[in-house]
Design a protein around this ligand. Structure first.
Ligand code: 13P
Length: 218
C-alpha cells in the first residue's frame, strides 16, 4: 500500500483528530500533551508535533513508514518513535493513544504501577499496568522502556510523564484509555486509606478469559 495514494488516508486522519478532541473533552489529556497514531498500510498515521487539536486539519496528519519514510507537510509527534516501535512489535495493534491523564500521571510521578485493585485491570491484558522507568520524551530509550512495560499488556504508565494505551482499533484504544484513567483514579482514592487489598493473579487470568467476548474486546 503506498503512503499517499491510499483512499482512506484523509478519512482516518479525520478520525484521529476527532479522537484528539475527545481525549481533551473527556479530561484524559490537556493542551497538546498527547498524541495518537493509527496503523495505515506499511506504516502509521500520526498527529503532528505541538499543533492545537482544534486547529488540526486532516492534511496535517503525518504518515510514517516502517522503513523510515515520512510523508507530511509538518513534523510528526515528538513521540513518533514509540508509536512506530509499538506498531512494529505488536502486529495486533491498530492504534496507540498517548496522553498525560491526571490520575495516571500522578501515579507515574510516584513511579507506581496500577496493581489488581479491580477486575477491570484485566482489560489491559494482565494483572497489573506497569510503570516504565523514566527516560526523556521522544527518545529511543523511552521507547525501549515502554515496549518492555507493554510486554503482554495493552497499556502502561511512563514514569514522570503519562500513559500509553494500545488497541486493535482507535475506538478500542480510546475506550481503554478512559478505563485506565478510571482505575488510576480509583487507586488514588484508596491510597489515603493505605495500600488496598488486591485480587489474585489467578482471578485476573480468569477475568481475562471471561471478558474475551465482551464489547470493546475485538
Ligand atoms: P507532541 O506535541 O510532539 O506530540 O508531544 C507531546 C507529548 O506528549 C510529549 O510527550
Amino acid at each position: 500500500m503506498s503512503n499517499t495514494s491510499h483512499p482512506d488516508r484523509l478519512t482516518v486522519a479525520a478520525e484521529i483528530i476527532a479522537a484528539c478532541l475527545e481525549m481533551n473533552n473527556s479530561g484524559i489529556n490537556q493542551g497538546t500533551s498527547g498524541n495518537i497514531s493509527v496503523r495505515h498500510g506499511d506504516g502509521i498515521l500520526i498527529t503532528p508535533t505541538s499543533l492545537a487539536y482544534d486547529r488540526m486539519q486532516p492534511q496535517d496528519i503525518v504518515w510514517m513508514g516502517f522503513d523510515g519514510t515520512v510523508d507530511g507537510a509538518l513534523a510528526p509527534s515528538s513521540e513518533w518513535r514509540f508509536h512506530l516501535d509499538i506498531m512494529r512489535a505488536k502486529p495486533e495493534v491498530g492504534a496507540v493513544v498517548h496522553a498525560h491523564p491526571h490520575a495516571c500521571t500522578t501515579l507515574a510521578i510516584m513511579e507506581k504501577p496500577i496493581p489488581p485493585i479491580h477486575y477491570m485491570v484485566a482489560v489491559c491484558g494482565g494483572h497489573d499496568i506497569r510503570c516504565a522507568p523514566y527516560a526523556t520524551y521522544g527518545t529511543e530509550e523511552l521507547s525501549k522502556y515502554a515496549l518492555a512495560a507493554l510486554e503482554g499488556r495493552s497499556a502502561c504508565l511512563l514514569a514522570h510523564h503519562g500513559s500509553i494505551v494500545a488497541g486493535t482499533t482507535l475506538d478500542q484504544a480510546m475506550w481503554r484509555a478512559v478505563e485506565v484513567e478510571t482505575l488510576a483514579k480509583q487507586y488514588l482514592g484508596c491510597l489515603p486509606m493505605g495500600e488496598p487489598p488486591l485480587l489474585s493473579e489467578a482471578e485476573i487470568a480468569h477475568v481475562i478469559r471471561k471478558i474475551a467476548g465482551y464489547g470493546h474486546q475485538d
